[in-house]
Design a protein around this ligand. Structure first.
Ligand SMILES: Cc1ncc(C[n+]2csc(CCOP(=O)(O)OP(=O)(O)O)c2C)c(N)n1
Ligand SMILES: [Mg+2]
Length: 342
C-alpha cells in the first residue's frame, strides 16, 4: 500500500487527482522528473560547497512542490512571467535554465548566463526563460515585479506576473508597498509566499503576530489563500485559479506552507535554532516521496521507470559538474566589464 500524503490518489471510483485537474499522465510524470532533477542538482551543489568548489548556495529542498506545481500552472497558462527569489533553484532549472548553466553560476565560472561569475548564483535577469531576480535584497523583488506588471499593462500585454518571496520578506516594508500598489491598480500579479516558518534563524512567531500571511491580502483589497505547499496538485490548482483571477480582476496572494529541509544557506548551521526532530517531521511529508507513491498507485510509473528517471538525473548532474569544473574562471582583465562606473 502506497503511503498517503499530500499527493494521495482519489478514492475508489472518483477520477485520479491529476485527471480531476485535467492534467495528463505525461504532465505528472514530467513534474516528478523535474522534482527529481532539481533535488539531485541541489544535493550536488551542497556537496560541492563542502568540497570548497561552490562558495555559497541557498537550497530549494522541501520547496519543490510549491515551485514546480506553480510553474506547471504558469506553463499551462502560457502567458506568465516569473520573478523568483534566491531560494528558487528548482523553479529556475525547470523554467529552462540547464543544469550546466546553473552549475557554472554556482561555481562562479565564465559561462554563467546571469553575471559571468560575478554575482550571487542565479541572480540577475534571464530573459530567454522569462525570469528576473535582480538581487537578494529581501523584499526588493516584490516592488520590481509589480513595476513589471504595470509595464505589461501599459504595453497592452496580457502577461500575468508570478512573484515569489519568503515569509520573512512579507515583514519588509517593500512587501506592503508592492501589495498596496498592486491592489490599488488591480495589477495582474500572483504573489507567491513560500512560507517555511523561518527567516534564517528567526521563527515565524517573532516575525508576525498572525498565523497566516494570506490574511494580509484582505487589507489590500484582494484575495489571499493558504495552500498546502507540499502538495503539487493543490499548488497547481490554486495557482491556475489565481492566474486567471489576476488576468481578469487583479492580484491574488497565495501562501504556500512548505518545509525548508536544509539550513538557510550553506553558511548557516540550523542546529543552533531548531531541533533535528522538527526537520525529520518535515521530511516525513517530502513532496517527492508523496508524488512517487501517487504515481505508483495510479500506475503511471513502475519501479524500473523510476530508477531510469533517477539515473538520468544523476547522469545530467554528473555531466554538468564535470563540464563546469573544467570551465575557466572569468579572465581577470574583464572584471570591470558590464560594471556601471558612473
Ligand atoms: C533587506 C535585507 N535584510 C536582510 C537580509 C539578510 N537576509 C537574507 S535572507 C534573509 C531571510 C529571509 O527569509 P524568508 O523571506 O522567509 O525567505 P527564506 O530564506 O526562508 O526562503 C535575511 C534576513 C537581506 N538579504 N536583505
Ligand atoms: Mg522563510
Amino acid at each position: 500500500m502506497a503511503r498517503t500524503g499530500g499527493s494521495a490518489p482519489a478514492s475508489e471510483g472518483a477520477p485520479a487527482r491529476h485527471e480531476a485537474l485535467a492534467l495528463s499522465g505525461q504532465d505528472v510524470v514530467g513534474l516528478y522528473r523535474q522534482m527529481v532533477l532539481a533535488r539531485t542538482l541541489d544535493e550536488r551543489i551542497w556537496t560541492l560547497n563542502r568540497q570548497g568548489k561552490v562558495p555559497i548556495a541557498a537550497s530549494s529542498q522541501g520547496h519543490e512542490a510549491a515551485e514546480l506545481g506553480s510553474l506547471l500552472a504558469a506553463v499551462k497558462d502560457g502567458g506568465c512571467f516569473l520573478f523568483p527569489y534566491y531560494r528558487c533553484l528548482a523553479l529556475k532549472v525547470s523554467a529552462g535554465l540547464t543544469p550546466l548553466q546553473a552549475m557554472l553560476s554556482f561555481m562562479g565560472k565564465e559561462g554563467d548566463p546571469y553575471s559571468g561569475g560575478r554575482q550571487f548564483p542565479l541572480q540577475g535577469a534571464n530573459i530567454p526563460n522569462g525570469l528576473i531576480q535582480l538581487s537578494n535584497v529581501v523584499g526588493a523583488g516584490l516592488t520590481q515585479s509589480v513595476g513589471y506588471a504595470l509595464a505589461c499593462r501599459l504595453r497592452g500585454e496580457e502577461t500575468v506576473v508570478l512573484s515569489y518571496f519568503g515569509d520573512g520578506a512579507s515583514s519588509q516594508g517593500e512587501c506592503h508597498e508592492a501589495m498596496n500598489f498592486a491592489g490599488v491598480h488591480r495589477l495582474p500579479v500572483v504573489f507567491i509566499c513560500e512560507n517555511n516558518r523561518y527567516a534564517i534563524s528567526v521563527p515565524l512567531r517573532l516575525q508576525m503576530a498572525v498565523d497566516d500571511v494570506a490574511d494580509r491580502a484582505a487589507s489590500y483589497g484582494f484575495p489571499g489563500r493558504v495552500v498546502d505547499g507540499m502538495d503539487p496538485f493543490d499548488v497547481y490548482e490554486a495557482t491556475l485559479d489565481a492566474i486567471s483571477h489576476a488576468r481578469s480582476t487583479g492580484p491574488v496572494l497565495l501562501e504556500m506552507k512548505v518545509e525548508r529541509y536544509m539550513p538557510h544557506t550553506t553558511d548557516d548551521d540550523d542546529r543552533r535554532y531548531r531541533s533535528p526532530e522538527e526537520v525529520e517531521e518535515g521530511r516525513s511529508r517530502d513532496p517527492i516521496d508523496s508524488l512517487h507513491s501517487y504515481l505508483l498507485e495510479v500506475e503511471l510509473l513502475t519501479p524500473a521507470q523510476d530508477g531510469e528517471i533517477r539515473d538520468q538525473a544523476r547522469r545530467e548532474v554528473n555531466a554538468a559538474t564535470d563540464d563546469a569544473e573544467a570551465a575557466p574562471f572569468p579572465d581577470p582583465s574583464t572584471v570591470l566589464d558590464h560594471v556601471y562606473r558612473g
